[in-house]
Design a protein. Sequence first.
Length: 121
Amino acid sequence: MRILSLAILAALVASPALSQDAKAPAGDIKNGEKHFISDGCYQCHGVGANGAALTGPRLARTEYPYEAFINQLRHPGSDMPPYEASIVPDQVVADIYAYVKSRPDYKPAKDIPLLMGMGAR
Ligand code: HEC
C-alpha cells in the first residue's frame, strides 16, 4: 500500500498538472487590460483588478495557475457569472491573465500620500 502511495505521489510530481503556470499561453497585457474593462471584470473586481469589498476579490498578481483561472471563468464558484468561450475566447482569457499577473503589488501605506494625510502610519 505504501509503495502504491509513493508511486502515485511520484506520478503526480512528474505530471504536468503541477506545473500549470508553465502552460499559460502567451498573453497580450494591453489587450487584456482593454478586455478587463470591456468584458465587465472591473465592475466586480475593481479598477486595476484591485478587488472591491462587496463584489469581487482582488485579481492583481493572482496566484491562480492559468488552468484554474480559465476554469473559474467557464465554471465560476458561486456569485460570478459564467463567461463562455463565445463571449470571452481562450486567447482573450490568456490576455486578461497576463494583464492581472502584471499588476503591481500592494504599496505600503507610507508610500500613499493620501493615506498619510489621513493619519495612517
Ligand atoms: C458580477 C460580478 C463579477 C464579474 C462581472 C466578474 N467576476 Fe470574477 N468573481 C466574482 C466573485 C463574487 C468572485 C468570488 C466568488 C466566486 O468564485 O464566484 C469571483 C472570482 C473570480 C476569480 C477567482 C479569484 C479568487 O481569488 O477566488 C477569478 C480568477 C475571476 N473572478 C475572474 C474574473 C474575470 C477575468 C472576469 C471578467 C471576464 C470576472 N471575474 C468578472 C464576481 C465577478
